[in-house]
Design a protein around this ligand. Structure first.
Ligand code: IPM
Ligand code: MG
Length: 369
């Protein structure tokens, strides 16, 4: 059996707690003979800064380059508020994305029927929702230069960020979206601010040309990013695949997560380009943050983290059945009424992070029997 090399980066806040639950699933899959994993654990974010003085060490970067997939939990927290900008926890995450070339961030927002009432929207708007946000992850305003604060010398300063996209960056993320749409409901909504931004104008031109040239069979619509934010909370089921830039994707995926009941539900996959053997560098992480306010209390929701492992089974390890089983196990525990506090809704009681993880492993064992 192939041995898959997995690097675990628990990071900060609730990161270690939810990673422990994903580790239970990994251990179970090994014992059940579904897949063999060799895991290593590294440091990222504030946890790395405290030990190495940087947000990720060179040796952990090497491990990330060599493994088949990285499973990262979350970074950041008020403890590191005073840390120099280049060493802040988020810098570790951004370096991983950039250096591994993970340009395609897939954020599926699925509303499990059992959770429809935990959403802030009415049940009929979100019940059965299944959309995929494809966020460009290595370009745009996150990485564009210049990026600086200049002293203007007159008592004023100027903060500058640069939003920049080249044709090839838009084309390759567009292809990811169109390819995914073909396997889903065949519709792509491309989003930017072409009405005020040159990069948005180019984005629209390139996506339109790509569609015409290579994907005329897929339905394409363009929607300005502000309007898309509005439509996401008005009538989210109109969407299938949404493709957008790094910053709009960051915001819109947080909005979408609340449609599913909680930010604690949204997994993500960050993928690089396929090499000659069809292999892609990959990192899997929940879309939520490190939630320092609830860290160490055993109440964090591990579902986005376990769902991220499920995405690794699908996109890195070519184990679609095991991935389906993980998703089915999550759906099953939710249908049984198990709830962490973030998705409590009108439930009578809640379970801990560990109980949720155990219940998912138990269901997984049933499903794979
Ligand atoms: C995300 C996060 C990150 C981002 C932060 C932690 C840098 O919000 O993955 O959505 O902005 O990309
Ligand atoms: Mg975000």
């Amino acid at each position: 059996m192939t041995v898959f090399k997995l690097l675990l980066l628990p990071g900060d806040g609730i990161g270690p707690e939810i990673t422990a639950e994903a580790a239970k699933v990994i251990a179970f899959l090994g014992e059940a003979g579904v897949a063999k994993f060799e895991t290593q654990t590294g440091l990222v974010g504030g946890a790395a800064y405290d030990v190495h003085g940087v947000a990720i060490s060179e040796s952990d970067m090497e491990l990330a380059q060599e493994c088949d997939a990285v499973l990262l939990a979350a970074v950041g927290g008020p403890k590191w508020d005073g840390v120099p900008y280049d060493l802040r926890p988020e810098a570790g995450l951004l370096r991983l994305r950039k250096d591994l070339g993970l340009f395609a961030n897939l954020r599926p927002a699925i509303c499990y029927p059992a959770l429809a009432e935990a959403s802030s929207l009415k049940r009929e708007l979100v019940d059965g929702l299944d959309i995929m946000i494809v966020r460009e992850l290595t370009g745009g305003v996150y990485f564009g230069e210049p990026k600086e604060i200049i002293d203007l010398g007159n008592g004023q300063k100027r903060g500058v960020d640069t939003q920049v996209y080249d044709t090839y960056e838009i084309e390759r993320i567009g292809r990811v979206a169109f390819d995914l749409a073909r396997k889903r409901n065949n519709k792509v909504t491309s989003s930017e601010k072409a009405n005020v931004m040159k990069s948005g104008l180019l984005w629209r031109e390139v996506i339109t040309a790509l569609h015409k040239r290579e994907y005329p069979d897929v339905q394409l619509e363009h929607m300005l990013a502000d309007a898309l934010g509005m439509q996401l909370v008005r009538w989210p089921k109109q969407f299938d695949v949404i493709v957008t830039d790094n910053l709009f994707g960051d915001m819109l995926s947080d909005v979408a997560s609340m449609l599913t009941g909680s930010l604690g539900m949204l997994p993500s996959a960050s993928l690089g380009a396929a090499d000659a053997n069809g292999k892609r560098k990959a990192m899997y992480e929940p879309a939520h943050g490190s939630a320092p306010d609830i860290a160490g209390k055993g109440i964090a929701n591990p579902i986005a983290m376990i769902g991220s492992l499920g995405m690794a089974l699908r996109y890195s390890f070519d184990l679609p059945k095991a991935a389906d089983a993980v998703e089915a196990a999550i759906a099953a525990v939710l249908a049984q009424g198990l709830r962490t506090p973030d998705i409590k809704g009108s439930a009578a009681a809640t379970v801990s992070t560990g109980q949720m993880g155990d219940a998912i492993v138990k269901e997984l064992a049933e499903i794979l029997k």
